[in-house]
Design a binder for this molecule. Structure first.
Ligand code: ZN
Length: 147
């Protein structure tokens, strides 16, 4: 399991063991389900969006450490952000994990996922929560698959 040991930096381990905002949001006005069949990761993202701002966000689900940690860090990263800013964060994060990070982009704790870019099969784990977030924002119905 050396691949995983390399990937699991401290912040990923921490968030996978004790995910933040791991609950169903009682006053959510948007939600979406995501599924990554390659790994079996499942996530439901709950959002409360008011006046173009992500007022609150949470998730539930079961998956590998990377998908859980990514969902946890995603909720922290987008809470309180405007929708345009959230979209930009997703683009920057996607660039990071696919090895196309833009110069000078500051992603804070999300930088922990930089190593994922060396393991393409893990990119879907790391981006599942973000794709599901986007689906919830677009109010798409049904289950979102990374395939
Ligand atoms: Zn996974």
């Amino acid at each position: 399991m050396s691949l995983l040991r390399d990937l699991y930096q401290e912040v990923i381990l921490d968030h996978s063991k004790s995910p933040r905002n791991f609950a169903q949001l009682s006053d959510a006005n948007r939600q979406a389900d995501g599924y990554n069949p390659l790994c079996g990761d499942k996530v439901t993202v709950y959002l409360k969006v008011e006046d173009g701002v992500v007022e609150d966000v949470s998730f539930k689900g079961a998956g590998c450490a990377i998908s859980t940690a990514s969902a946890s860090l995603m909720t922290q990263a987008v809470k309180g952000k405007g929708l345009a800013e959230t979209e930009e964060l997703f683009k920057s994060f996607h660039g990071l994990v696919t090895g196309k990070a833009e110069e000078g982009v500051e992603l804070g704790e999300l930088m922990a996922f930089q190593g994922v870019s060396e393991f393409p099969v893990r990119v879907k784990c790391a981006t599942l929560a973000w794709h599901t977030l986007q689906a919830a924002l677009e109010k798409e119905a049904g289950i979102i698959s990374t395939e």
